[in-house]
Design a protein around this ligand. Sequence first.
Ligand code: OOG
Ligand code: NI
Length: 462
Amino acid sequence: MTSQHFVSPDLIRQRFSKAMSDMYRDEVPLYGALMNLVEQTNAQVLGREPQIARQLQSTGEIQRLDLERHGAIRVGTAAELATLARLFAVMGMQPVGYYDLTPAGVPVHSTAFRAVHEDALQVSPFRVFTSLLRLELIEDLPLRAFAESTLAKRQIFTATALLLIDRAETQGGLNETEADAFVEAALETFRWHHSATVTAAQYQQLSAQHRLIADVVAFKGPHINHLTPRTLDIDIVQAQMPEHGITPKAVIEGPPRRDCPILLRQTSFKALDEPIAFTDQGQPRGSHSARFGEIEQRGAALTPKGRELYDRLLNAARDELQDFPNEANAARYNSLMAQHFEEFPDSYEQMRRQDLAYFRYFTTDKRPDAGLSNLTLDALLDAGYLRIEPLVYEDFLPVSAAGIFQSNLGDAAQTHYGAHSNQQAFEKALGRSTINELGLYAATQQRSIEECLAALGVSVPG
Ligand code: OOG
Ligand code: NI
């Protein structure tokens, strides 16, 4: 079979993302309400700010905006994580980044499966934040053994999904019929189950150790716990959520509001309490909360230098607050953040000149005469031959992710783990290394520079 019979992994991902969204909207009606709110807000912003509309048009993001979403799942074993990596690879998704959540008292470490090339991201930017439970952090040994044996008994993939993953690997792709069957079979892994795999008492024990441990161990599979649409103005959505019957978390995670958005800002609403039947109950008599809603606003990807500045300012604001942000200190937190972030230049040109963010370069209508070959990028920009747009941040932020986890687990779930981050152990479980996101942004920026220089007939400056 030749490759022209294969459906592109990007299209399989696009179909899967849509199927996941449809399933989640059926299961969690509040997600539909949130989607509508985000859609209305985005239309408002595009009408009100023609410059944002132009920017999104020139980068092509306008076409992916409505498709854009990320989900999150949590798995329990190395084998589950490794097979997930193979499942996501069928859809062109690679593990990007390593996030350690233990400093925030959440016993997991994580990566984000996503497309890595700008052309693939354009077809579907779907991402899945994927966490692996760190069972070695359960100090109660009998409970740890119980968790391990419970997890060892479950199979989170359908036989068809496993068969099609194998087939994609050996054939080098999937044909139309196989791709559709794959999407349908893969979806099953992420479905919600109304019955647990443990008794009510066992659930209580796991939950008392950490609610997250119960969420991973007590169920048939890694149910998708949220799907997050992308908004162009998160402050509007945050302010309007209560009118739509949705209560947001106390503060927006990430950088403060700016003219030139950077990285990622996120807010969420609390997990729903859902009826569950435990194995010693015929009917759903217990309950479990895992599934919540989240929205995000994405801004410019930062260079290592920009990221260092972001981390320093964030830490300074949090140190000064001397507590986790919460309802009581939210106003003070927001003002501390605004104060500290004054130090971060709020113009794309300054961010570029100071090497704080990554950009995509575009040629303009202005065409050169002969003799451009010695001009630097700065000179080409100044002379109006080139213009820039920020490269959108495609990844996550560990401090924000911890805040999202915490707001859904409740403060009672805060535990202090002495353990250190262990990227090596994570990658061993994953069966491969994770990709450094900074290299991906640098490569995208470089490709856009080279395309521009070729179009202008300029040799690459040294
Ligand atoms: C993942 C929480 C992190 C984000 O957007 O940072 C996250 C989880 O609760 O499993 O989704
Ligand atoms: Ni999320």
